[in-house]
Each structure stands twice: as structure tokens, then as C-alpha cells.
Design a protein around this ligand. Structure first.
Ligand code: GDP
Length: 446
């Protein structure tokens, strides 16, 4: 999970302060020392940290905070606001060609391995799904042998056209011809995948400058790997110097990145992060919202992203049907499997739980890991049931359970445990959906 260390340290730093009524100048100094260390440890650029701490300290020492009754909470709010500012403040939208002036042209740039090609596919998919666009991808990375194949495979998987001319033609020519083809075929967005290298070098930069001059893109996206921390920031700085990139896409935020890149890039390059990559799947691209990210970093959850992810996975009509089944106690193992698949598509369970406000404060949550194998085992058990058993779990006799255990290669005890848990949660869901929260202390207050 991204930012785990940073979130933990910041929460520790604030825990004493939150409980305090009046906050003194010394309290603010103490807590800001902790915040400074936490940010440096998370690999945030030292100049960024220095300015950040200075601003928060100045604002926190304002009379309103020191004199007020809930000064601690106000300091946390100032930190939250300043983290949001640090990452750009408002969410910045992607730029499209003016109506009638299309197609929109995007250049994808970045070092090898950052996720550039994958992100080209994710972006095409995102634009089709959420912006109603008809994208085309152009394979202009002629050096990495597999890059063209990789883009073509992505195109096939997504059913989005890919323009390529092999690796014997110059990237400028490929890009120009690709755009022509897009115009001929009425595609309204062209995403050009350019070459990457392991390190920044002069030839690469010259080539990218040539492509830029030839196609005049609406956006030059720089794809950087969040896991590389300060290196990602340095890469962004260099690309920006030479190419004047327009936006950053930060990949691999699903990994255990410390946070340095997300928190420093905007203020070092003055270019916004517009998307984050949150997994290997082609759906795992999310618009970047500085305020939501600040909330997440402070362990306050991110309910809006959670809802959006759920909406992507679940069809509204089907959700209502499912709710009715729960209410009427008709929920069965088929529904169970369907929901489990939806949950796994939304990302790692521990990340999802932490998006619920308050969850990251629950003891043990920081180390909570749900083993994907557990889900696979539960699924294997259900898949070893007959259609009749899945619809009607009451008929699961000992004999049937033994057969299921054998079929799924799981222990009989595990099969029994899962069926018991299923029955309990079914009962609970039925109660909850009837508005009776009995036995679930606190749930009704959410
Ligand atoms: P390129 O060399 O920059 O074009 O990089 P690729 O697109 O080939 O990606 C390199 C690796 O990173 C591949 O294995 C991708 O699946 C993986 N990858 C890309 N984006 C993400 C992401 O957001 N999360 C995770 N976990 N992996 C990613």
C-alpha cells in the first residue's frame, strides 16, 4: 500500500495534538519537527519539505489556532490543505483539441519500464469509456523490439486501432502518418507511444523534440514510476527542461511507494499530475485529485474514489437486484462469487479498506494483508458446488460437503467454516438491509 509509512508517522505526530484543547507554540514546533522527518523519510524533496514546514508553521502559529479550543484539529486541517496545495490544489483536467480542430494529439513519454506503453493503452481505454472518445494509438517506439508488439496486443485486447509501420521508419514519419490515418478514419484522439531509454540521453531527447515539433501535441504526458521516488522527480525535471511536458502520469501507486514522487513532482516541475496508475490491469488508471490524495496520506480515507471504483465494477440494475436478494434472504453462492470478483477487480483488499474513513486508525490495519490465495480458495470451494447447491446452500449435507472438499482440494474444515461464515453474513445482510443494525455496534452511526 502506498504511503503507509508516511501515513503512520503523520498519525503518530498528530495523535497527541488532536486530543489537546489549546495548542502552544512549543506544541506546533514539536509536531512540525515530526512532520518534517516523516516527509524526508518518505523521500520528499528536501526543498519541498523545507517550504512546506515553513508554511504550515506560519499558518499554525496564527493567533486563531493558538487561541482556539480545538487547535490540534486546526493544525491537522492546515497540513491537509497544504498537502493538497503541494500536489496542485485543484484537479486539472486533460486538454482536448477545440471542437472541429481535431484530432486531439497526445505524446506519451518516459523512461523504459515506467509504464509508458501500458499507460497509453489505459489512457485510450479511459478516454473511450469516460470521455466518449474514439482513440487510436500510434507505435513510434522503434528501438525496443517488443514495444510495437506490446502496443498492438493492447490494441487487440481493447479493440482500439493501433497504427504501426515497423521499426525501419523514423518516429516522426510514423507519427505524422498515424495522425493522417486517424483523420481518414475519423478517430478523434491520437496517442503516440514514443521511445524510452533506461536513462535520459541526448539522442532520445532530440528524437522526442523532433516528434513534438512535427505533431504539435495538445498534451505531452510524462509517465513516471512512483516507486522510484526522488529519481522520478529528477527524471520529470529533466524531461520538462527539454520538452516542456504538459502533465505527469504517476504509475505504480498500488505498490508500497513512500510518497516522495507524488508529493514533490508538482512543486519541482510546476506541472500537474493528471492521472495515477494503480495496477497492471487496463482499468487501473484514475484521475488525480490532490485533495483526495492528501486525505489518503493523512489516513482519512478516500470515500469518493471508493465509490467511483465500485461504480465502474457494478451495474446499477444488478446492484439493485442484489440488494433485493439480500433483503429477502435470497442471496446465494452465485451472488457471493460475483461480488467477490467485483471486489478483487477494485484492487487489493487492504487498499480498499483503507479508503473507508477511520479504517486506517483501526489497530492492526497498517499490517493487514489479505492473501489473494484465500479468495482463490473460497472461489474454488464455491465452484465445486453444483448449481443447485449454489442456489440453495441449505441442502449442503455432510456428504455433499465432503464431495466439495475433494473437488476443490480443500480441507473439509475449511469448507464447513466457509459455509458457516456465508450463512452468518447472509443473515447479517438481511438484517442490515431491513434497517436493523442489531449486533453491529456503531454501524448505524456511519
Ligand atoms: P514502458 O517501458 O514504459 O513502456 O513500460 P511498460 O508499459 O512495458 O510497463 C512496465 C511494467 O510495469 C509492466 O509490467 C506493466 O504491467 C507494469 N505497470 C505499468 N503501470 C503499472 C501500475 O500502475 N501498477 C503496476 N503494479 N504495474 C504497472
Amino acid at each position: 500500500m502506498a504511503f503507509e509509512g508516511l501515513t503512520g508517522r503523520l498519525q503518530d505526530a498528530f495523535s497527541g495534538l488532536r486530543k489537546k484543547g489549546k495548542v502552544t507554540e512549543a506544541d506546533v514546533k514539536d509536531v512540525m519537527r515530526e512532520v518534517r522527518l516523516a516527509l524526508l523519510e518518505a523521500d520528499v524533496n528536501y526543498k519541498v519539505v523545507r517550504n512546506f514546514v515553513k508554511t504550515v508553521r506560519e499558518k499554525s502559529l496564527g493567533e486563531e489556532v493558538l487561541g482556539s479550543l480545538n487547535g490540534g484539529q486546526q493544525v491537522v486541517k492546515i497540513v491537509n490543505d497544504e498537502l493538497t496545495e503541494l500536489m496542485g490544489g485543484e484537479q486539472e483536467k486533460i486538454i482536448f483539441a477545440d471542437p472541429g480542430q481535431g484530432p486531439t494529439i497526445y505524446m506519451m513519454t518516459g523512461l523504459q519500464g515506467a509504464g509508458k506503453t501500458t499507460t497509453a493503452g489505459k489512457l485510450a481505454n479511459y478516454l473511450r469509456k469516460h470521455e466518449n472518445k474514439k482513440p487510436m494509438m500510434v507505435a513510434a517506439d522503434i528501438y525496443r523490439p517488443a514495444a510495437i508488439d506490446q502496443l498492438e496486443t493492447l490494441g487487440r485486447d481493447l479493440d482500439i486501432p493501433v497504427f504501426s509501420m515497423g521499426d525501419q521508419v523514423s518516429p516522426v514519419e510514423i507519427a505524422e502518418k498515424g495522425i493522417q490515418q486517424a483523420k481518414d478514419e475519423n478517430r478523434d484522439v491520437v496517442i503516440i507511444d514514443t521511445a524510452g531509454r533506461l536513462h535520459i540521453d541526448e539522442n532520445l531527447m532530440n528524437e522526442l523534440e523532433d516528434v513534438k515539433a512535427a505533431v504539435n501535441p495538445h498534451e505531452i504526458f510524462l509517465v513516471v514510476d512512483a516507486m522510484t521516488g526522488q529519481d522520478a522527480v529528477n527524471v520529470a525535471d529533466s524531461f520538462n527542461d527539454r520538452l516542456s511536458i504538459t502533465s505527469v502520469i504517476l504509475t505504480k501507486l498500488d505498490g508500497d511507494t513512500r510518497g516522495g514522487a507524488a508529493l514533490s513532482i508538482r512543486s519541482v516541475t510546476n506541472k500537474p499530475i493528471k492521472f495515477t496508475g494503480t495496477g497492471e490491469k487496463l482499468e487501473a488508471l484514475e484521475p488525480f485529485y490532490p485533495d483526495r490524495m492528501a486525505n489518503r496520506i493523512l489516513g482519512m480515507g478516500d470515500i469518493l474514489t471508493l465509490i467511483e471504483r465500485a461504480q465502474q465494477e457494478v451495474d446499477e440494475e444488478r446492484a439493485e437486484e442484489m440488494a433485493a436478494k439480500m433483503r429477502e434472504n435470497r442471496y446465494d453462492f452465485n451472488d457471493f462469487i460475483e461480488q467477490m470478483d467485483q471486489m478483487t477487480n477494485m484492487g487489493p483488499m487492504e487498499d480498499i479498506l483503507k479508503m473507508i474513513p477511520g479504517m486506517s486508525n483501526v489497530p492492526g490495519m497498517a499490517d493487514f494483508q489479505m492473501d489473494p490465495k484465500d479468495i482463490a480458495h473460497m472461489k474454488a470451494i464455491v465452484l465445486s458446488m453444483t448449481p443447485e447447491e449454489r442456489e440453495n446452500p441449505d441442502i449442503l449435507s455432510q456428504k455433499r460437503r465432503r464431495r466439495i472438499a475433494k473437488g476443490s482440494a480443500r480441507d473439509i474444515a475449511e469448507v464447513n467454516r466457509m459455509i458457516k461464515q456465508f450463512k452468518q453474513s447472509k443473515e447479517m445482510m438481511s438484517k442490515m438491509s431491513k434497517g436493523n443494525m442489531g449486533g453491529m455496534p456503531g454501524l448505524d452511526k456511519l
